[in-house]
Design a protein around this ligand. Structure first.
Ligand SMILES: C[S@@+](CC[C@H](N)C(=O)[O-])C[C@H]1O[C@@H](n2cnc3c(N)ncnc32)[C@H](O)[C@@H]1O
Length: 163
């Protein structure tokens, strides 16, 4: 059961559906130096931390050729996040923003993503830099990062449109 953080003034919850539409496999765990959410960096850009992606050995063959790439995308499951906030008040912002306009782990499907530097592969273990999650966070998928398609140099960020 995810820990339920307190609601901040201005935050809005949603009634989640009674059942799920699909199932997922946790394909491994991300091992990091961070034992709690509070210890984690805010995001990968603020993290130089090295972590180990420990895959279930049944999937190890899927790492073949990932070392062709300098960076990979990790998709992971924020297992300690509540799921029912549809508008949130980030502490650094102080006013509400829609969940889908945030990178918060709190969302109906608590899926996070990180572009990490690939440092090495040994058996079912991938060593990476730039991790930002709690030690033991479940892993959903790994994909190579393609600067040619995944990078949008002209993209604007919050503040770029005056909000
Ligand atoms: C803002 S999120 C960004 C995650 C990811 N890089 C993204 O952009 O989707 C990172 C924060 O999530 C929290 N967090 C880390 N691991 C978590 C977990 N397993 N469950 C819930 N929250 C977690 C920590 O507070 C951390 O600073």
């Amino acid at each position: 059961m995810a820990a339920q953080s307190d609601l901040r003034p201005g935050e809005v919850t949603v009634d989640l559906p009674a059942g799920f539409d699909a199932g997922v496999y946790f394909i491994g765990r991300i091992r990091t130096p961070f034992k709690s959410r509070e210890e984690c960096p805010k995001n990968t850009a603020e993290s130089n931390a090295v972590g180990r992606v420990e895959l279930d050995p049944r999937y190890a063959a899927g790492l073949r050729d990932l070392d062709l790439y300098s960076h990979a995308v990790l998709l992971y499951w924020m297992d300690r996040a509540r799921r029912d906030l549809i508008q949130q008040v980030p502490a650094h912002l102080g006013h509400p923003r829609g969940t889908f306009a945030l990178r918060s782990p709190v969302r109906p499907n608590p899926i996070a993503l990180a572009v990490v530097e690939v440092l090495g592969i040994e058996g079912a273990t991938l060593t990476v830099r730039n991790v930002d999650c709690v030690d033991g966070t479940p892993l959903l998928d790994i994909k190579p990062y393609f600067a040619s398609t995944d990078s949008v140099p002209g993209a604007v960020r919050p503040g770029g449109r005056g909000r």
